[in-house]
Design a protein around this ligand. Structure first.
Ligand SMILES: NC(=O)c1ccc[n+]([C@@H]2O[C@H](COP(=O)([O-])OP(=O)(O)OC[C@H]3O[C@@H](n4cnc5c(N)ncnc54)[C@H](O)[C@@H]3O)[C@@H](O)[C@H]2O)c1
Length: 258
């Protein structure tokens, strides 16, 4: 028998919850922030792109807290959590990220370290700063990994390594904080129609496109829209996922099916 009736709750039911969404200036982060806002959450939206954050805020009926930060700068990650958690914190959605790709023989170590810092180290720093608040609230974290967290992708080694590491952070923290009542999950999107994929120049030089295209979606119109991923953020952050932790939820139009 259910100890708590959740059958009548909406998918999210986030009214009054304090939620921090990074990457909210664009793409998946914007779509996710808008959905939480529509559900009545008290939002803090964060990104390095201030103009984009203001555009996102203008799409909301109730104004969020806008907090610019730079994922390269760990102090700014910590300041961001301080601001977002001033009245407590219920959910952290780590969505900021960068994609850089190119033939591995030419890929610079500086770029490798930049991708790791933005996609991985800052995610750990934000989780670390948020966890004391989430222990108090019985809250949760939803990270953004990728289909690239679960398979090798040619010419995309730094990105793929950074997202494999996000998967590891997610699972490890789920084990460490499960008994303290904090859930930690990650979403693994496949190809999503956002500025990241529309504006990132394809790899140049000695590139075998057959190796790139082997990861194509299987569904007809299989590439996702940002809202397809936002749906999963709301599910994982909400009460219906109360028994879900340490999970890597794939939303990829069948890219990983085989
Ligand atoms: N689009 C895809 O196909 C796809 C697939 C799998 C995973 N993802 C992941 O989804 C997340 C969102 O990506 P998106 O597709 O919405 O791309 P996007 O480019 O639209 O959004 C990424 C956001 O991250 C922000 N950002 C980048 N560097 C930052 C920094 N140093 N400090 C603060 N903010 C920074 C950008 O300003 C941008 O608003 C990323 O983590 C990405 O790796 C995307």
């Amino acid at each position: 028998m259910l100890t708590k009736d959740i059958s009548m709750t909406t998918l999210g039911d986030f009214a009054g919850k304090n939620i921090l969404v990074t990457g909210a200036a664009s793409g998946i982060g914007r779509a996710t922030a808008l959905r939480f806002a529509a559900e009545g959450a008290n939002l803090t939206i964060a990104d390095r792109n201030v103009a984009g954050l203001e555009e996102t805020a203008a799409m909301m009926a109730r104004q969020p807290v806008i907090q610019p930060y730079d994922a390269m700068d760990i102090d700014s990650c910590r300041r961001l959590v301080d601001v977002a958690a001033v009245n407590g914190l219920d959910v952290l959605c780590n969505i900021s990220g960068v994609l850089m790709w190119g033939p591995s023989e030419e890929f610079s170590i500086d770029d490798f370290e930049k991708v790791m810092r933005i996609n991985t180290t800052s995610v750990f720093a934000l989780c670390q700063a948020a966890l004391p608040h989430l222990v108090k609230s019985g809250g949760n974290i939803v990270n953004t990994a990728s289909a690239a967290a679960l398979q090798g992708i040619a010419y995309t080694i730094a990105y793929s390594a950074s997202k494999h590491a996000v998967a590891a952070i997610t699972k490890g923290l789920a084990i460490e904080f499960g008994a303290k009542g904090v859930r930690v999950n990650a979403i693994c999107p496949g190809q999503v129609n956002t500025p990241m994929t529309e504006l990132t120049a394809p790899p140049e030089g000695d590139v075998n496109w057959d190796l790139v295209m082997r990861n194509a979606p299987k569904l007809k119109d299989g590439s996702c829209d940002p809202d397809d991923i936002a749906n999963m953020f709301l599910f994982l952050a909400g009460e219906r996922a109360r028994k879900v932790t340490g999970s890597l939820m794939v939303v990829d139009g069948g890219q990983l099916a085989g």
